[in-house]
Design a protein. Structure first.
Length: 269
């Protein structure tokens, strides 16, 4: 008997990185997976997004564990596409127990100087990281409430959601995710649906490890922004916290911010 046997999880951004790691870990613990990924680039991001081949590899790894998966190309900015993906997954699996709100981008890059570039970067990161997070839970919550068996929602936040890091729209979006979590934790308590945020420091994925991000970090350091994360975490470090919060072991934990950051927030607060 696995910890998540017979459960179904909806995960955004499953193409690679944290999303793939979450899908495979939850599948290894007995869950079936409904997943989406945009599978195309976002212009203001300084790195490439996952591809359809990447998502196919995630599907392969989940199925190799003997679990089922419904994977769809969908942009979290498109609420209708998310609702369709969740509906198709629930129709196939018959239930929905968990949501991992993982999809996100960073538009931080050195040399973005024009007002037009900065405006587009703001719009993209707010639309994906904040509105996309809201769209995700709105697509899933009705199925969880109607079933009447409770469940768990975990948002992937950031240390930028707990303090004033120099990351513009990214910091604003991650603070907004905390607000969504806190409101939903109260709203969904009577339905026995728990809602929490895991806040990683920098994670070893293409979002944090790319030339554009390194140039941005170097420029911030030169300007006196010496509070950057120094420990690069692995996706599995974050997924371990997610799996715990989804499980019955965390049945009395809701409305919380859980940093997984090697003490970064405590050190620089």
């Amino acid at each position: 008997m696995y910890r998540l046997d017979g459960r179904v999880a909806f995960i955004t951004g499953i193409g690679r990185g944290q999303g793939r790691n979450q899908a495979v870990r939850l599948a290894s613990e007995g869950a079936d997976i409904i997943g989406v990924d945009i599978c195309r680039d976002v212009e203001s991001a300084a790195y490439s997004m996952a591809s359809e081949d990447d998502m196919a590899e995630t599907v392969r790894q989940v199925e190799a564990l003997g679990r089922r998966v419904v994977a769809r190309v969908a942009d979290v900015r498109d609420g209708a596409a998310l609702r369709k993906a969740v509906q198709e997954g629930v129709e196939q699996f018959g239930r929905l127990d968990f949501v991992v709100v993982n999809a996100g981008i960073s538009t931080a890059q050195f040399g973005m100087t024009t007002p037009e570039q900065e405006e587009q970067a703001w719009n993209d990161v707010i639309a994906v990281n904040l509105t996309g997070a809201w769209n995700t839970v709105q697509a899933a919550i009705p199925y969880m409430v109607t079933r009447g068996r409770g469940g768990s929602i975990v948002f992937i936040g950031s240390t930028a959601g707990l303090r004033g890091q120099r990351a513009g729209g990214y910091t604003a979006a991650k603070h907004g995710v905390v607000g969504i979590m806190r409101g939903l934790a109260n709203e969904l308590a009577e339905d026995n649906i728990r809602v929490n945020v895991v806040h990683p420091a920098a994670v070893n994925t293409p979002m944090a490890v790319n030339e554009g991000m390194q140039a941005y970090v170097d420029a911030q350091a030169q300007q006196g922004g010496g509070d950057q994360n120094v420990t690069l975490l692995e996706p599995s470090d974050i997924t371990a916290a997610v799996a715990f919060l989804l499980s019955d072991e965390a049945r009395y934990i809701t409305g919380t911010d859980l940093p997984v950051d090697a003490g970064f927030v405590n050190r620089v607060s």
